[in-house]
Ligand binder design. Structure first.
Ligand code: 5GP
Ligand code: MN
Length: 342
């Protein structure tokens, strides 16, 4: 890490401006790390612009700095100029540039240095000049905190930056229910709280700000859930018409998959929905069943060991059928995983 930090220091010393990007369907970790990095770069006299592939859910819009974010889905032109003028490109919370979706083509023309800060399995080292990858940390926000510490600029951290980092740690650990066994995570959180973060308030802002339709959609989804006890699996699918009928908004389906996983003796959960013409699948698992491997092998995706995603070309019914047809291959692995947990 030391030589990488020296390299990052020299990149930062030579840079006047930067572009910061993160993945499609941005989550709390993507948004939080991007906002925090942009603010901290300013402390180093580096102007930066955050570009995300598309809009994020309303329950993150209270975050300070979120109004300054630009969206590729709404404005494909300005990013070209920003990239032309930037010396550095930071990619956060993604393992490969392809995770920025359609924005990846535009990013491929970038001429300056590329830096990755991420915690997913199998980062694409070839795509970057400098990679900070740690799959053992809770979140990209936690990893960014450690980098800011190593750069010696933590004392410049404001309450707003600390809040942004806290959002990423809280959401990527499911409010401290997974990927949170390291005492270091709590040392980081303690520092953030000392900087003025109110965990009570942030939890309420993110999780207790739902519109009624979202909770009713959750009820509908749970009614529809299919449980396959022989495969210790539960899944839910929601097609376009169902989402429309529920009056759903972007982000409304986040977290539904966790309810399926919360059932006793269920070790694999999946959630299928339609996004931009393709089927998007979320996978979650308990214990030693790798949904990263599963998503990579069967759904052109990846992610973390117990939380991954992927996609499928075809109808939602075909995606579900494919999923069900694969499960018998894993019958012993799923049973053994459940056995170990019980
Ligand atoms: P979610 O199910 O919440 O969308 O994503 C769970 C995890 O899997 C996240 O860490 C996310 O970055 C990753 N992920 C989601 N979709 C994809 C995908 O299509 N490809 C890859 N490689 N990772 C994904
Ligand atoms: Mn993350």
């Amino acid at each position: 890490m030391n030589s990488e930090i020296q390299q990052l220091k020299s990149f930062l010393q030579e840079a006047g401006s930067a572009v910061i990007v993160s993945h499609e369907n941005p989550d709390g970790d993507a948004i939080g790390s991007a906002i925090a990095l942009a603010r901290m770069l300013k402390e180093l006299n580096i102007e930066s612009k955050v570009w995300l592939p598309g809009r994020f859910p309303a329950y993150y819009r209270w975050m300070s700095g979120s109004d300054d974010i630009s969206y590729y889905s709404e404005n494909k032109n300005d990013i070209v100029d920003h990239l032309k003028n930037a010396d550095l490109l930071f990619a956060l919370d993604l393992s490969s540039v392809s995770r920025t979706g359609k924005m990846s083509e535009t990013l491929s023309h970038f001429q300056g240095k590329r830096v990755l800060i991420d915690h997913h399995i199998n980062p694409s080292y070839d795509e970057f000049d400098l990679v900070f990858s740690d799959i053992t940390v809770s979140s990209t926000c936690e990893l960014l905190f450690h980098l800011l510490d190593l750069l010696g600029i933590l004392p410049k951290m404001t309450k707003e930056v600390a809040e942004a980092l806290y959002v990423g740690i809280m959401t990527d650990t499911g409010s401290f229910s997974f990927n949170c066994n390291s005492p270091v995570t709590y040392e980081v959180v303690a520092h953030l709280v000392k900087t003025g973060v109110s965990p009570d308030r942030i939890h309420k802002m993110v999780y207790d700000n739902n519109h009624e339709n979202r909770i009713r959609l959750l009820g509908y989804a749970l009614q529809k859930m299919k449980v396959l006890p022989q495969h210790h699996t539960a899944y839910i699918s929601l097609d376009k018409a169902e989402l429309k009928k529920a009056g759903s908004q972007p982000g409304d389906t986040e977290g539904i998959v966790n309810f399926a996983l919360s059932i006793k003796n269920i070790v694999l959960a999946a959630f299928f929905s339609v996004r931009e013409g393709e089927i998007k699948v979320s996978f979650r698992s308990k214990g030693n069943f790798s949904v990263n491997d599963f998503a990579r092998k069967h759904f052109n995706g990846g992610g973390h060991y117990n939380a991954a995603g992927g996609s499928f070309s075809g109808t939602i019914e075909e995606a579900v059928k494919r999923f069900e047809s694969i499960l018998p291959e894993y019958v012993h692995e799923l049973a053994a995983c459940n056995e170990q947990l019980s």
